[in-house]
Design a protein around this ligand. Sequence first.
Ligand code: FE2
Ligand code: FE2
Length: 169
Amino acid sequence: MLSAKMEGTLNGQLNAELYSSYLYLSMAAYFESRNLPGMAAWMKIQAKEEEMHGMKFFDFIVDRGGRVTLARIEGPETEWDSPLAAFQAVHAHERKVTGLIDDLAKMAREEGDTATDIFLQWFVTEQIEEEKSADEIAKKLTMIKDMPALLLMMDKELGARQAAPAGGE
Ligand SMILES: [Fe+2]
Ligand SMILES: [Fe+2]
């Protein structure tokens, strides 16, 4: 059984994951408007993954006898100065999410809630990957700067991203 405090915090994280999905979908729309379909496709896959993260919290709360309560999802930004700025924003956002997961894990350990602690391990590992991929893309875009030919190549490269299998990343 989840404590009331843990139930509330897990519901908060469910909301944060759905917000992440909404943010990346907003970035997909931005990239479509900039005629960068590869980057848009990358963001759509990212948005789907975040939705899946949210569902992991949804199912975990239910499995532990808790109650899922959906709150309002904040409206994401809709414009970025450049593709680089958008991917830098992804990196910054993922770092923030890592902090939320770390705080949750700390709370689980303080409560002696081993099941939640173990459940969160998957997210701890996932966040390493999330931060790394956003940082790598941002660094490449920094090197590319304003060279359109290279930007188009990068767009093609990111467009080749495959969706993770369900229950995977
Ligand atoms: Fe996530
Ligand atoms: Fe993420």
